[in-house]
Structure formats: C-alpha cells, structure tokens
Ligand binder design. Structure first.
Ligand code: ADP
Ligand code: MG
Length: 680
C-alpha cells in the first residue's frame, strides 16, 4: 500500500514481536519523516563537527527543535557509543522516561536495551544500553561509584536553563572531570537564549545555536487581574473549544490537585454542552501520574475532536506535545522555597518569571501560528521577575552537601558554583548533618554519614534507617521509609464512599499509634493478604502505590545488606520503632501550645496537625510530636506525625536538645502519694 518507501525503510532495525508488521513499518516511515522535519536535522553535520572539535559545547535551541531526542542519536550513529555510553540528564523523572521511550521507538529497539533510562528506584537499562536518559539526581549518585565517569564517552546536561540544584552541582563536577579526561565530551543544552552564562562558566566554551522556526504567537492578556484563575482557565478552555478553529489546548496548572479539580469540572461542564459540541479529550500530565496514562498526551487527537492537556511546568520545556495551538497561562507555578533560619522547606504557589511566561506562550506556535491566553494583565507581566531564581538559592542543601562530602569535597565554600548558594543555607546543611551524626565537628564524614549516603533518600530518612540497627527494627523502618517515599497517594477517597473510606483508614491507626505506624500496618496487612489487589480495593488503598512501595522496599533492603545492617524485626516494640524514627527526625519535633497549635522546639515555628493525620482526631491532643514534613496550604501543617516522649529527645539527641528544651513546665503532674504511685 505504501509503495517504495517501505522497501527503503525495511532495512532498519525492527525487533521484538510485532502484531501488525505493516502498521509498524508505516509508523517507522512516519517517524523517519518526522525526524527530518525537526530544526536540528539541518545542522546534524555541523553539530557533529563542533562536537569533534571541542570538548565542551553549549547548545541552544527552541523547545521541540530536537535537542533531547535527536542529538544523542546523531552521536550514537557517529560512533561515540563504541567507547562509552551517552548519558543525558533531565531534571524531571517523567521527562527521562518519556524521552527514552520515544527514542527507543525512533530507533526501533526495545526500551531498556540500547536505549534506557534511570530514575530513582527504577533502573531501566541493561549492559547493552548505550544511550541512557537519567534524572540529574541519578548522575550525581553515579559519581559516588564512578568519580571519573569512565563508562561514559558523552555527558549531555540537558535543560540546563532549569538550573535545578543538582544540575548546578553537576556543572561543577563534570567541569572538573573534563580537565583530566580530555576524551570526555560535554554538552550543555538549554532552551533559552542567554547561554553566555553557561559558556563563561565552562571557560568560554563555544555556543552552538539551532535556529528555530517558531510561528507567530498572538498574546491575549486580561484587562483586569482574575480573582479566581482556575475558574478563568476553565472558562477560557471552553470558549476556545466552542469558538476557535481546530487545534489542541495546553493549560498550565500548579500541581496534581489543581489538575484533578479542573479535570473534574471540565468533564462536568462539557457534558452539559450536549452533543452538538465536538468531543473534548482531557489529558492530565504531572509527575505522579501513573506511567501508562502519561503516554496519552502524545496520542494524536482524532479528527473532529480537540485535546486539552492539563500540565504542570513539565510541559514548559521538558516535554513537547504535538498539535498545540492554544496555551492558557494563569501565570503561576509551584516552587520550592526554603527558610535557612528555621530549616523549613515549603512548596509555594508563586507568580512565574517573564522567561517562563515567554516559554509557555511559545508552546502554541511550534507547528503553526498560535494563541496564548494570559490570565493576567499586560502590566502584571511587566512586573514579573526576568528569570526564576536558581533552585540552589532556595532549597535545603543537606542532601547535596552529604553527597559532596562523600566525593571528598571538603571545602564547600570554595566549590565552583555557577551561582553560589547563600552561606546560611550551607551552614544550615552542615549543622543538620552534624546533628544527625553524619559529619564530625571538623565537618568530616563519619561512618554513619557514609552509610547514610548509600541510601537515595533525604538525610533524615537515611539516618532513620541507619538508626534502626540500634533499635533492631530495620524490617519495619524500611517499610515506613518506602511508604513515606510514595507521598500521599496511598489512600483514596471516592466522593460517593467517603465514610466507608475513612472507616477503612481509621482501622490502621487504632490505638493512636500515629501515622508512620499506620503506614506500617497498611503494608503488613497487605503483605499478609499476599500483596493482593482485592485487599487494596476493599480497604481503599491504591494498589499501584503499594506495588511501588514494595519495589522501593526491596531496593532499600538490598542497600541495608550493602551497609551491613542486619535485617531484624521488632514489631512488638512500637517504642523502639518510634525511637528509630525520632533518631532521624528529632529536628522536627514540636510541642503542643495552649491554643492547640504546635511549636517546633528548636528554631520556633508554629504548625498544626494536618487534617489527614490520624492524630488530628484524638482528644486530648498529644503534647509532643515528631513529624515527617511541613506543608503550607492555608497554614503550616505537619504531615505524617507520631507522638513521642520528651525524654527520648535527650536520650537520642543529647547534643541537640538540653533538659530545659523538653521540660513539660505547664503539665499538671500526677499527684504523688495516692493514685498511681500506690502501685509502684
Ligand atoms: P527539545 O529537546 O529540543 O525540546 P525534543 O527532542 O524533546 O526537543 O522533541 C523533538 C520532537 O519529538 C518534538 O517534535 C516532539 O513533539 C517529539 N516527541 C518527543 N517525545 C515524544 C513522544 N513521546 N511522542 C511523540 N513525539 C514526541
Ligand atoms: Mg528537551
């Protein structure tokens, strides 16, 4: 049917079992044609020459021009993978997976073979892998085992403009490796045009510009600020759907919750529009979306229908979706912020930068003229910051500092940072690591610190695991750590069965054992039902999340063996388990105030029990608690909380807490004489 083209393509590598060989071949032809239309294609030879002639190259090109998917393939064809792998880093997990899947398809190979990806807790690579997409965090961890990156011939630090803290640290590390490995090629790629900064940092490395051919984007701004941007976004989407010519819509939202809300409302309202209106296909995309649903955004929109993609910032530059003609930009992003004084990190919804606003608008003009609807005024736009502050200046650095110490980098103040972090953040990180026992008072790594660094977790979690050795409860603690790593997607609460769901959930925290122990109970009961899906269904627990927890747990168990911590169970001694938790999280302990709020003991900060915490339901409220994290919504909430005995703090962290910190001055003590003492 497709004539000569198929004959031509037939020479390509196509392996694996194929049900529809003709269709597959057709796809293959289509993909090869598509590859040739990408802006980067015309610069292939020039690019390869530049890589040959220079060790470090800064590459700049519009989002969607083919940097991430094509350049590693060009280098592979040119023979760079004969001597080592090509590693390409992505700041986002979903991007690493999705791009690897796309490239394996383009090359006609099975994902995980020649092309693979590596993200935390998931390694989809094999010995054959020569193009490896990975999160920047995974490359940083690889430095621990392979400080000269000798298995790589090319490192591509992609999405450099995102300036994640990990990518920033990698800049310094790879720059150093490149000095003693002249054979290693370094590519720094970015979607924004201010690449001079990268070039300057890498000793005036040449900049390779891939000219894009973006189409004109017409920008509409609102006349007055929108009081409710979600509502405005929904109305805009429906108006576009009803009035505008064909073309898909991309809406930028701040997170999973917002996306789910908008999805629900859109579904409801389009149903109300009746059958005269074309179908509106709603595709959410965010980091925690199950993998099989992530691919939906890339499926071509059927004739006569329109797609609306509800995305977090992931669609700003990391993922390119075909067919977008309309962008709805409410102008907000969820961003990490850190207070070095209190050591508290929170996620806050903040206005985006001008650079972000321009990137977002650009997503509508990739394949034809587009329109961008800004739900803010032209004046608001002028008021935005030019660029987003690099993450390194607004994050907790404990994790990074521990990794750098493990790499033998002692003098952090003189590390070659592109933009240095505030010195208070560095000091705070050192202080925390010292408190956790990972560093000694000279700032040198201890045995505890070395063991902690083996776990791909935040230092407080890894300390909790290392401490479980002493309390002989490593079995339980790795379960808790795995469950905590899943985030809040363990339980679900369908709108029509909320009471049933809540009752099911309450059972796990019977005896006011606290949230960590409740998570442990969930896991253990699921295990006793053979890790079944039916049990999950009956208990309003998400099976997918549990499977992931089990997977993470298996990996943590492997790491326990590696650091030679015996796997022991101490399920009957809940205090021992709680003490192990406290050994990692003692800086997060708080005391009840008269008004029902809590105050953290060191560096006072007011916080409340999160309504989802099992301890929020009990009266009287527990006096002393230790919490996993703080989240800021309408106020500061503690999420995942257990009760603790104040004397534990002195027992576990005598260097951190003094007697006076944990005195229970305003408690009415049990009267002496009669009462309990009569039994002693
Ligand atoms: P860049 O990295 O320069 O932003 P990419 O290499 O990511 O560009 O994208 C190049 C092209 O590949 C784009 O046209 C994009 O739409 C397409 N593409 C990328 N990933 C997928 C996918 N999973 N499915 C379909 N097309 C994809
Ligand atoms: Mg890219």
């Amino acid at each position: 049917v497709f004539g000569d083209q198929i004959e031509f393509i037939n020479t390509g590598v196509v392996e694996g079992e194929k049900n529809y060989p003709d269709l597959e071949k057709f796809e293959c032809v289509k993909i090869k044609e598509e590859q040739k239309t990408l802006p980067v294609y015309g610069y292939k030879d020039e690019l390869l020459n530049a890589v040959r002639d220079h060790q470090v190259l800064v590459i700049v090109g519009e989002t969607g021009c083919g940097k991430t998917t094509q350049i590693p393939q060009y280098l592979h064809e040119a023979g760079y993978t004969k001597v080592g792998k090509i590693g390409c880093t992505q700041p986002r997990r979903v991007a690493a997976m999705s791009v690897a899947a796309r490239v394996s398809k383009e090359m006609g190979v099975k994902l995980g073979h020649e092309v693979g990806y590596s993200i935390r807790f998931e390694d989809c690579t094999s010995e054959k892998t020569s193009i490896k997409y990975m999160t920047d965090g995974m490359l940083l961890r690889e430095f621990l085992g392979e400080p000269d990156l000798c298995s790589y011939s090319v490192i591509m630090l992609d999405e450099a403009h995102e300036r994640t803290v990990t990518t920033d640290i990698l800049f310094g590390l790879v720059k150093d490796v490149a000095r003693f490995r002249p054979d290693l090629k370094l590519l720094i790629s970015s979607a924004t045009l201010d690449a001079e900064k990268f070039s300057d940092y890498f000793d005036s490395a040449p900049i390779f510009k891939i000219p894009g051919r973006p189409y004109e984007v017409k920008i509409h701004s609102t006349k007055a600020p929108e009081a409710n941007y979600l509502d405005a976004a929904i109305v805009s989407a429906l108006q576009i759907h009803v009035k505008e010519p064909p073309g898909d819509i991309l809406m930028f939202l701040t997170g999973q919750e917002e996306i789910e809300t908008v999805e629900e409302i859109l579904k409801h309202r389009t149903r109300g529009l009746g059958t005269k209106i074309d179908e509106l296909i709603i595709c959410p995309i965010y980091a925690n979306l199950p993998t099989h649903l992530q691919n939906k955004i890339f499926e071509p929109t059927p004739e006569g229908a329109r797609k609306v993609v509800l995305a977090t910032n992931i669609a700003e530059t990391s993922l390119t979706i075909q067919g977008i003609k309309y962008v709805i930009d409410p102008g907000f992003v969820k961003i990490k912020s850190y207070n070095p004084r209190t050591g508290v990190e929170s996620l806050l919804v903040k206005p985006i930068s001008k650079a972000s606003a321009n990137q977002r608008a650009g997503r509508s003009g990739r394949t034809g003229p587009g329109k961008c609807y800004r739900l803010y005024t032209a004046y608001n736009y002028q008021e935005l910051e030019d660029n987003t502050v690099p993450e390194i200046q607004r994050t907790n650095l404990a994790n990074v500092v521990l990794t750098l110490k493990c790499l033998g980098i002692q003098d952090l103040l003189n590390f070659d940072f592109m933009d240095p972090p505030p010195s208070e953040s560095l000091l705070k990180a050192l202080e925390l690591l010292y408190a956790l026992g990972a560093l000694n008072k000279h700032g040198e790594l201890t045995k505890v610190g070395r063991r902690m660094a083996e776990f791909p977790l935040d230092p407080m979690l890894s300390k909790m695991i290392v401490a479980s050795e002493k309390y002989r409860c490593s079995e339980e603690i790795i379960t808790i750590a795995a469950m905590l790593s899943i985030g809040n997607s363990i339980f679900y609460r369908p709108k029509d069965k909320q009471v049933l769901a809540d009752n099911a959930r309450v059972r796990f925290s019977e005896g006011n054992v606290g949230d960590h122990i409740a998570l442990l109970n969930v896991y253990n009961e699921w295990k006793s039902y053979d890790y079944g899906s039916m049990w999950c269904y009956e208990n309003f627990v998400q099976f997918k999340s549990m499977k992931r927890a089990r997977d993470i747990r298996d990996q943590l168990k492997g790491l326990l063996e590696r650091v030679e911590i015996e796997v022991t169970s101490n399920l009957n001694d809940l205090d021992a388990i709680k003490k192990a938790i406290t050994a990692g999280f003692f800086p997060h302990s708080a005391k009840l105030q008269k008004d029902g709020s809590y105050r953290t003991i060191k560096h006072p900060q007011i916080a409340y029990l999160h309504p989802s915490s099992s301890l929020a339901q009990i009266h009287p409220q527990p006096r002393w608690v230790v919490f996993h994290e703080l989240v800021l919504t309408t106020k500061e909430y503690m999420r995942q909380v257990i009760e603790l005995k104040p004397e534990w703090l002195i027992e576990i962290a005598p260097h951190f807490y003094k007697k006076k910190d944990v005195e229970d001055s305003d408690t009415k003590r049990m009267p002496q004489g009669k009462g309990l003492s009569a039994f002693s």
